[in-house]
Design a binder for this molecule. Structure first.
Ligand SMILES: CC(C)(COP(=O)(O)OP(=O)(O)OC[C@H]1O[C@@H](n2cnc3c(N)ncnc32)[C@H](O)[C@@H]1OP(=O)(O)O)[C@@H](O)C(=O)NCCC(=O)NCCS
Length: 147
């Protein structure tokens, strides 16, 4: 049984392991820790199975909009609905804060993530050419607007 709950600082070690196995260019550890623990505008969730963190998701809350910052699931647990469960939780959070516009940015080549977001009704808004500094890949900005 998978449970999604708000993160605690103690989750960071496992979350950062998942970050590092999920991205060729992970966030720097200190920047990630700052956001995960210190940023008052960030909300982070973890997916837990049998007391083990298997995924995480985070968002930044603005005045009238919200940005999905990161969603990742440990490799061995992908394609089992954990990503969907995490995004559902982020959308519930948006609803509870009365936020109707949700943005995110995704690499053009990241088909699993693009499909995941499209499944929730996100649409591609525009392309940021060469947005990812590490390798110059384009970023796609996606939006979900709840009317
Ligand atoms: C993107 C990611 C979070 C998806 O997590 P997941 O737990 O495997 O996703 P789910 O099992 O909930 O799948 C949800 C939907 O995502 C899409 N999807 C997931 N994996 C996919 C794949 N390998 N290929 C194509 N579509 C895929 C499908 O639309 C799927 O819906 P379906 O099962 O009805 O077909 C996961 O692949 C991951 O951690 N990737 C690395 C980190 C990352 O790129 N995060 C996104 C940053 S913007």
């Amino acid at each position: 049984m998978i449970e999604v709950r708000r993160s605690t600082p103690e989750d960071f070690k496992k979350v950062y392991q998942i970050e590092c196995e999920s991205y060729k260019h992970p966030w720097g550890m200190l920047d990630f820790y700052d956001d995960f623990v210190e940023n008052p505008r960030s909300v982070w969730f973890v997916a837990v199975e049998c007391d083990v963190v298997i995924g995480f998701a985070g968002l930044w809350i603005g005045v009238e909009e919200m940005h999905i910052v990161n969603v990742a699931v440990t490799k061995s647990q992908r394609k089992k609905g954990v990503g969907k469960t995490l995004v559902c939780q982020l959308l519930k959070q948006a609803e509870s804060e009365n936020i109707s516009k949700i943005f995110l940015e995704v690499r053009k080549s990241n088909i699993p993530a693009i499909n995941l977001y499209k499944g929730f009704g996100f649409r591609e808004m525009y392309v940021r050419k060469g947005y990812y500094q590490e390798d110059g890949e384009d970023g796609i900005v996606m939006i979900l607007e709840n009317k």
